[in-house]
Design a protein around this ligand. Structure first.
Ligand code: NAP
Length: 674
């Protein structure tokens, strides 16, 4: 008996059956925009279908060019284009999966000057000024365009379409008074504002017939001001049901909302309660989404009656075989999504192809291939941080004989530090995943062993993933007893006072500040209060006043650069870290010169203008160094002198960009080559 009976149960949609309850949610990968990338998109979706996903949803395709996300972005507007998609739909069907094309009109979120909106109101997060407001006729034509695109999707072999009605895109913009100030038949009252999505669904259903999946992604929690009320949301759900949708999917938060909805620190399954609130109001199946990343949480959501299906996107990037592994009782082998966003959403927003920090093959299925080796070698891997773990797992997976040496008593490296940071508890899953792979692949792991040149004699090749050590800056008084480094602090090896200066405001300075302010394991209720999220039946859009948690310490975060602190953090997660520290009263100081450290504290000079500065004493009990890293490379030269091929990867290679995304990618690419 499987522990996931509800998750794995097929779902009868009348004209067709989904083989289980897992939907791969829409995510723009960058492979949608050019027809020449469709073979790669096909390989990407084929792998997820092979891994057991019931229904995948493509990234967004605009029904007309005014609805582009990006200039010359993905469109579904001609039979010629549609026919090129056959390669994608055939590939998915070959593995027993189904696939729907997402129809997305970006509205005022379009990154181009030709965008159209419900009104001329400008998006606070998008360049190129205000959108042009659609004329009454143009709105009608856009409804036609949605229907025409759905017909083309059917022609392309898709099993259905998803209408993107959430996240603040055009349909959402038409639905709320926040963005729709129209006085024609498409605006003026909640009822009239609903007309646009309802007509889209009606027209699509009419055009595609009954035997085609029409999913509607509905914003259940807008998380912005002047949003829909809960009554309006329920009314819309009923109307789109009557208009002919097969499934209602959940969308949470407009992109411009200032509440995190998907980053690591959002508790698992944080929004399934809203889907559960809608479910009794409609009779079509509903889908829960956001931060669902394990089969346990997915099963619980369905078993408890909150939803009929779950949507996961990023967790299927990190592990395309998620469903299969769960079904075969191998859930402990799942490469669990840690919601870091570093290589998926951050890439999308930087116009790069989306992939996955933990699985660099995602989106590169045809070019990064890890096939069994034909000449097995004995390879030593030194260092069991992310780079070493990935190298050992992938090399052994290909059939090489691997021995892994780690100086500390446990594997994990920097990830073992990261998992101690409040809101980053997920990193423990990655250590579990790699540990299990090493076990399955029979990697000999030497813990507590600082490998010497003699230990490494006799191997065919050596991979050095010896990582980094914290940089100790040259500052008068840096040896004062109040000065500690971040590793000692996170490992709990040194006492930390109630007033602290964190020196260095990179990713680690931010993490350490959070570590000093709050505890791990925050409950959903606490998280909701802290960010001001409430029941949308109580407040429009689910927005409440934030209840700030009292911080454990007074923290100053400092950097020498004169740029805003946290500028180098991830595009989709950096603002959450900045806001968290702000809400915890952290004083962030830029343009700082560190003068000296003594019994009184940290003496600094702060640039206040081009030629002006002021001196300040921070009377802190503890100063934590988060001042970057130095590579640990002491084995490189002596090993090279022995003539053995040496590969240096991860932080040991480039400390300045100590970065797990690069480390794991480098390790995986190396593993594919040896
Ligand atoms: P980092 O991003 O390079 O930041 C180092 C900080 O130390 C900077 O603020 C730098 O700013 C300062 N610094 C450098 N040399 C100094 C010196 N000699 N004296 C005083 N200050 C000095 O490094 P990190 O914080 O160690 O993070 C490393 C990497 O880990 C990141 O790049 C990221 O890839 C990863 N990471 C990311 C996150 C995240 O995104 N949330 C979290 C943890 C780790 P000034 O030179 O302006 O003072």
């Amino acid at each position: 008996m499987t522990p996931y009976p509800h998750l794995l149960e097929p779902l009868d949609l009348g004209h067709t059956t989904l083989r289980n309850r897992v939907i791969m949610g829409s995510m723009h990968t960058g492979m949608e925009d050019r027809a020449r990338h469709l073979p790669e998109l096909a390989a990407y979706f084929a792998e997820r279908a092979k891994g057991g996903v019931a229904l995948s949803v493509t990234g967004g395709y605009a029904p007309n060019w005014h609805g582009w996300l990006l200039p010359f972005g993905s469109l579904m507007t001609s039979a010629r284009l549609a026919d090129k998609h056959r390669i994608v739909t055939d590939a998915v069907h070959e593995h027993g999966g189904k696939i729907a094309l997402q129809l997305l009109h970006a509205g005022r979120y379009g990154y181009h000057p030709f965008k159209r909106g419900a009104s001329t109101r400008k998006s606070p997060i998008t360049p190129f000024g205000s959108p042009k407001a659609m004329s009454t006729k143009e709105v009608g034509r856009t409804v036609d365009d949605f229907a025409a695109s759905a017909v083309l999707a059917r022609r392309a072999g898709y099993d259905g379409v998803e209408i993107m009605g959430s996240e603040g895109y055009l349909i959402n913009q038409m639905l709320t008074a926040r963005t729709n100030d129209r006085t024609d038949r498409w605006g003026g009252s909640a009822e009239k504002r609903m007309r646009f999505p309802v007509e889209i669904v009606e027209r699509i259903r009419e055009a595609v017939g009954d035997d085609f999946i029409v999913m509607y992604r509905m914003s259940l929690l807008d998380l912005v001001d002047d949003a829909q009320s809960w009554d309006e949301t329920v009314e819309l759900a009923k109307r789109v049901e009557t208009a002919g949708v097969s499934i209602i999917n959940t969308g949470i938060g407009w992109h411009e909302a200032r509440i995190p909805t998907i980053v690591t620190s959002v508790p698992r399954g944080a929004f399934s309660w809203v889907t559960g609130k809608l479910r009794p109001e409609v009779s079509v199946p509903v889908v829960a989404s956001n931060r669902i990343n394990t089969p346990e949480i997915a099963e619980e959501i369905i078993a408890s009656g909150q939803a009929d299906l779950v949507s996961m996107a990023r967790p299927l990037l990190s592990d395309p075989y998620f469903v299969l592994k769960a079904a075969e009782g191998r859930a402990d082998e799942i490469n669990t999504c840690i919601a870091c966003n570093q290589a998926c959403l951050d890439h999308t927003f930087q116009n790069q192809r989306a992939t996955c920090m933990l699985n660099p093959r995602a989106g590169h299925e045809t070019s990064l291939v890890l096939s069994p080796t034909r000449s097995a070698k004995r390879v030593a891997v030194v260092g069991a941080g992310p780079a070493g773990l990935a190298a050992a797992a992938e090399l052994s997976g290909r059939g090489h004989t691997i021995e892994l040496f780690e100086a500390l008593p446990e594997v994990g490296g920097q990830f073992r530090l990261a998992m101690q940071i409040p809101g980053k508890e997920e990193f423990t899953e990655t250590i579990r995943y790699f540990s299990r792979r090493l076990e399955i692949n029979r990697v000999r792991v030497h813990l507590g062993t600082r490998a010497s040149v003699a230990d490494l004699a006799g191997f065919d090749e050596v991979v050095l993933a010896t990582g980094v050590e914290p940089r100790r800056p040259v500052i008068p008084g840096v040896d004062h007893p109040s000065v500690v480094d971040y590793q000692e602090v996170i490992r709990g090896r040194v006492p930390v006072g109630r007033t602290v200066a964190v020196m260095g405001a990179g990713g680690i300075g931010f993490d350490v500040s959070e570590f000093l302010l709050h505890d791990c394991g925050e409950s959903l209720e606490h998280w909701m209060r802290r960010w001001g999220v409430t029941d949308p039946a109580l407040e429009r859009g689910g927005l409440a006043v934030k209840v700030k948690a009292p911080p454990k310490r007074q923290v100053f975060l400092l950097q020498r650069k004169s740029t805003e602190l946290g500028k180098g953090l991830g595009k989709t997660s950096g603002w959450v870290h900045r806001q968290t520290l702000k809400d915890s009263g952290v004083e962030m100081l830029k343009g700082v010169t560190y003068d000296r450290i003594d019994d009184d504290g940290l003496h600094i000079t702060i640039a206040t203008g081009k030629d002006s500065a002021e001196s300040r004493l921070l009377s802190v009990e503890t100063i934590v160094l988060c001042t970057g890293q130095e590579s640990v490379r002491d084995l490189v030269e002596p090993l090279e002198a022995t003539g053995v091929p040496v590969h240096v990867i991860g932080g040991a290679d480039v400390a300045a960009e100590l970065d797990a995304k690069r480390a794991i990618k480098q390790a995986t690419e190396l593993a594919a080559r040896i």
